[in-house]
Write a protein that binds this ligand. Structure first.
Ligand code: FUB
Length: 370
C-alpha cells in the first residue's frame, strides 16, 4: 500500500496544476484526471496555478475532512480513500473505502499525527460497503463518530460509534441510527447545548430515493430536472445520548434572494452533498457542495433548522470531481478543511488540506480560489 502510494505521489506537481487549470475553466465541466488536460499549456502558466495549500498527509489518501478542536488539539476525521479497482461511475462505486484513520495536529502548521485505524468496516455489524464521509462530536466525556455506510441491502444508513478518546478506537453501535438514511452526516452542537445532525447527498448518496419518507429503489438515479424545487439536505435533532434522532427528520430549506426555494435546475447553487453548519455572531451558516458544478457555497439563517438564504461561493472548484469541507474556529481565526486530488490526479484518491477562511465586516465569506 505504502509503495503504491509513494509511486503515485511522485507524479510531477505540474500534472496536478494542469488539471487544476482545466477545472477552473468551467464549473459545469466534469473534472477529470490530469491526463485529460491540455498538455500544451505552458509550464509557466502551470506554475502560476500552484495550489493554495499542500496536502496534510501524503502516505495515505484522505478526503472529506471533518475537523474539530477537542481539548485544545485539532482532530480531523476524514474518509480514507483506497484504490479498490472499481471503475468510476456517477453512483460513486469507485469510492469503496473500508476504514477511518483519525488525524491530529497541535496547531494549524504543526506536525500531523495519524492515530491509525479508528474504525474498520469489519467491526460494523450491519455494514455492507462504502464507508463514506464521517463526522465527530463530544458530549459528557464521550466522543461520537458518525459515519455513512451502505447496509447489506446496499442502502446508505448512518451509524454511530463511541470512544473515550478523540483518536479512537471507536466501537460501533449494533444497528444504524433509526430513521437515518443517505450520506455525509455533520453534527453541530449549538450554544444552548442542543445537537443537530445535517445529512444527505444526491446521486450515489441516494437522497433522491427517499422522497416521501420511504426508500424507493426504483427512483431515478439522479435528481429531478428542470423547474422543480431542488432536493434538500435533511436535519434532525439528536437525543440527549447522541445516538438517536429526537423528533422528525426535517428538510433544510434553501431559498434564493426572493425568498423562493432554489430549483433543481439551479445547479451552481442547489444542495448536492457535504453539508456543514457553523455559527458566527448569532447567525447559522449552512455550507455545502453543489456536486456536479463543483462549488462549495453557503446560505445563512436565524435558526439551526432554517430556512436558509443562499449567499455565495466559499470555494471555487478543486482538482477532482468531488469537493467537501468543514469550517471551524481555531484561536482567533477561522479555517476551512477541504480536499483535492493533487497527489494522485485521480478522482477517488484524494488528499486533505486546510486554509484560512476570511470574512468581510458584514460576516459574508470571501471566495477562495484553491
Ligand atoms: O467520499 C465519498 C463521497 O464523496 C462523500 O460522501 C461526498 O461528500 C464526496 O466527497
Amino acid at each position: 500500500m505504502l509503495n503504491l502510494l509513494k509511486t503515485k505521489a511522485t507524479a510531477p506537481v505540474l500534472l496536478a496544476s494542469l488539471a487544476l487549470l482545466g477545472a477552473c475553466q468551467s464549473n459545469t465541466t466534469k473534472q477529470e484526471t490530469a491526463t485529460t488536460t491540455d498538455a500544451s499549456a505552458s509550464a509557466d502558466t502551470a506554475k502560476a496555478k500552484k495550489p493554495l495549500s499542500q496536502p496534510l498527509v501524503r502516505d495515505i489518501y484522505t478526503a472529506d475532512p471533518s475537523a474539530h478542536v477537542f481539548g485544545g488539539k485539532i482532530y480531523i476525521y476524514p474518509s480514507h480513500d483506497i484504490e479498490a479497482g472499481i471503475p468510476e461511475n456517477d453512483k460513486g462505486d469507485h469510492f469503496a473505502m473500508r476504514d477511518y484513520h483519525i488525524l491530529s495536529m497541535d496547531s494549524i502548521n504543526g506536525k500531523v499525527t495519524d492515530h491509525g485505524v479508528g474504525l474498520d468496516i469489519k467491526d460494523i455489524p450491519w455494514a455492507g460497503r462504502q464507508l463514506w464521509a464521517p463526522d465527530a462530536a463530544f458530549k459528557n466525556g464521550t466522543y461520537y463518530l458518525y459515519f455513512p455506510v451502505k447496509d447489506k441491502q446496499d442502502v446508505f444508513r448512518i451509524g454511530v460509534a463511541t470512544s473515550k478518546s478523540p483518536s479512537g478506537p471507536f466501537k460501533a453501535e449494533p444497528a444504524p441510527i433509526p430513521g437515518s438514511f443517505s450520506i455525509d452526516p455533520a453534527v453541530f452542537t449549538d450554544t444552548d447545548g442542543k445537537a443537530y445532525m445535517y445529512f444527505g447527498g444526491l446521486w450515489g448518496g441516494q437522497l433522491q430515493r427517499w422522497q416521501g419518507g420511504k426508500y424507493n429503489p426504483n427512483a431515478p438515479e439522479k435528481e429531478p430536472n428542470g423547474n422543480q424545487p431542488a432536493l434538500n439536505a435533511r436535519v434532525a435533532k439528536l437525543s440527549a445520548d447522541m445516538k438517536r434522532f429526537d423528533g422528525p427528520v426535517q428538510e433544510v430549506k434553501i431559498l434564493d434572494e426572493n425568498g423562493k426555494p432554489l430549483l433543481a435546475s439551479d445547479s451552481s447553487r442547489r444542495f448536492f452533498e457535504g453539508g456543514w453548519m457553523h455559527k458566527y455572531k448569532g447567525k447559522y451558516y449552512l455550507s455545502y457542495s453543489t456536486g456536479d458544478t463543483h462549488l462549495l457555497v453557503y446560505a445563512t439563517g436565524d435558526s439551526p433548522t432554517g430556512p436558509f438564504t443562499y449567499q455565495g461561493v466559499i470555494m471555487k472548484p478543486v482538482q477532482g470531481w468531488t469537493t467537501h469541507h468543514s469550517i471551524i474556529p481555531i484561536k482567533d481565526k477561522w479555517y476551512i478543511f477541504y480536499h483535492d486530488t493533487q497527489l494522485s490526479g485521480k478522482t477517488w484518491l484524494r488528499n486533505i488540506k486546510v486554509t484560512e477562511l476570511k470574512r468581510r465586516a458584514d460576516g459574508s465569506i470571501e471566495t477562495i480560489t484553491p
